[in-house]
Design a protein around this ligand. Structure first.
Ligand code: SF4
Length: 502
């Protein structure tokens, strides 16, 4: 939003000739742009204020834009400088105050500053009360948390009292719009879900085992690709008892291509415990006590299979809810779970799935959301405020570690050399012998010849392998060897190595 648009919202009476955008961003014009931060705690009942030396009164923090056009970053910077806080989160992109404020003549650093007007934009930010605070001696003499309504009584500037009152009112109004958007979710989403839900194999019934397997599979694969894996898995292992008793080799083969093999191993550990127990756990508390079941999976199984009012908040749901409530906190999974729990309707499983469905088919992960088709479009705060692109706020990505890996695909008359990895990523999985250093000359092979060298990059979540593969023929090797048809049929080769087989 440009300054002119902001100003029009403040005062439609302003004479255009009085308005010189260039000058007002600096201190040259008769109006100076200033950006302020109204710092509030998470429960919105306290404000962090400073005793400002110039105004001789408690007030919010802020400062001149001095040529800077990004009001938000000026407000943020000033808040940090004036109070010493190191972290704050935008509450809403909608200003809590936008208006002209008179500034009387005063002395600053020994110089007289003539009376002038501030065009002030104030944003609310959330700050933890645990943050360390300090004064900035040349600007303020106190920084403190006060009850939010005490700001009007503490202020010694009569003209600011209605401004603060209006600001607090605006803050509460934004909070109530966010709350209302959230509370309307069940009534808006359930009818939409009934009309629009996709026909997916794991939705054919509410069997807890099927729900659980599908949720684990879908954590790492797209729905379309997941369908075939799910159907094959259910054909081979139709009950939790089948999963509990199948061989690890068979399980890995069924999981081949899905990655995250530990998830499959944990599923089998859990299946064994459930088989011993004789029944599937029904509550979130019970479910999270099993290997590989986290808060999300437990919520999904408890709500979808047993209609318990338990939210299941994953990245998709975070995206949808961050936009609907214009939430800027990083990783708000727990926050959203606690906000959703009290509004869960009786059709708990359908509500959980409706949120997932909205994230998968309308409020899309990649690309523009299809807001025109969204049942929440009238209530969505990010849509109203034009901030869809900013949300969700994602945590900073950990830089991927890069590793050079040397792989040896050794073919002998008896078969291909293969072994199980004993450490690191893919521990316990089959591999063509691989090393972090080039060791062709020390391999346990006889009468060998390199026929081809190929390179390949494989990306894991936190590691990137830059692989160099030597294709060799040898008369003999002391590595275990396996026939190629046996490898293809029975052994699960992770995709980091499967390209070598092709
Ligand atoms: S209105 Fe648009 S941005 Fe908001 S939830 Fe719906 S699809 Fe997502």
């Amino acid at each position: 939003m440009t300054l002119w648009e902001l100003t029009k919202r403040v005062n439609t009476e302003i004479r255009p000739e009085r308005f010189d955008e260039e000058k007002h961003y600096t201190r040259e014009g008769e109006v100076h742009c200033t950006s302020s931060a109204f710092l509030v705690n998470e429960t919105l009942d306290k404000a962090l204020v400073v005793y400002h030396n110039i105004y001789d009164s408690y007030t919010w923090v802020g400062g001149h834009n001095d040529g800077e056009r990004d009001f938000l970053s000026v407000a943020k910077r000033e808040a940090m400088e004036e109070t010493g806080i190191s972290s704050l989160t935008l509450f809403s992109s909608k200003p809590v105050h936008l208006g002209f404020l008179p500034v009387k003549e005063h002395v600053k650093r020994g110089e007289i500053v003539k009376a002038h007007t501030h065009l002030n934009v104030t944003f609310a930010f959330l700050v933890s009360e645990r943050e360390t605070i300090r004064v900035k001696e040349d600007e303020n003499s106190d920084v403190r948390w006060i009850k939010i309504d005490d700001l009007c009584t503490l202020s010694k500037e009569p003209h600011m009292i209605p401004v603060f009152r209006e600001t607090i009112e605006n803050l509460r109004c934004i909070a109530s719009e966010k709350r209302e958007a959230l509370q309307k979710l069940p009534e808006k989403l359930l009818p939409w879900y009934d009309e629009n839900k996709r026909d997916l194999p794991w939705r054919k019934d509410k069997d807890a085992y099927r729900v659980w397997v599908s949720e684990i599979m879908l954590q790492q694969t797209r729905v379309e690709a997941g369908k075939a894996y799910f159907e094959r898995f259910m054909r081979e292992l139709p009950t939790v008892y089948d999963l509990a008793t199948c061989s690890e080799e068979k399980l890995m083969k069924l999981w081949e291509g899905l990655g995250y093999y530990n998830r499959a191993r944990n599923m089998q550990k859990t299946a064994k415990l459930i088989a011993e127990k004789g029944e599937f756990p029904r509550t979130k508390e019970e479910l999270v006590s099993f290997p590989g079941i986290g808060a999300y999976t437990a919520g999904a199984v408890a709500s979808i299979a047993f209609d318990q009012k338990e939210p299941a908040v994953d990245g998709n749901v975070v995206r949808v809810l961050s936009r609907i409530t214009e939430e800027y906190r990083v990783d708000p999974k727990e926050l959203f779970s606690s906000m959703l729990r009290p509004i869960y309707p009786d059709r708990a499983g359908d509500f959980t799935q409706s949120l997932m469905e909205l994230g998968a088919t309308v409020c899309l992960p990649n690309g523009d959301p299809l807001c025109e088709r969204c049942p929440m479009r009238e209530l969505c705060q990010a849509r109203k405020n034009g901030t869809i692109d900013l949300l969700p706020v994602l945590p900073k990505k950990r830089e991927r570690e890069k590793k050079n890996i040397f792989v040896y695909c050794i073919r002998t008359p008896n078969g291909v050399a293969l072994r199980k990895r004993t450490s690191g990523v893919l521990k316990g999985m089959w591999e063509f012998p691989s090393f972090e250093e080039e060791c062709l000359s020390s391999l346990p092979i006889e009468h060998a010849e390199v026929t081809e060298i190929r390179t390949h990059t494989h990306i894991f979540t936190h590691v990137e392998w830059n692989m160099t593969c030597y294709f060799l023929t040898a008369e003999h090797t002391s590595f275990e060897t396996y026939r190629e048809d046996e490898i293809r049929k029975n052994l699960s080769i992770p995709s980091a190595f499967r390209w070598i087989l092709k």
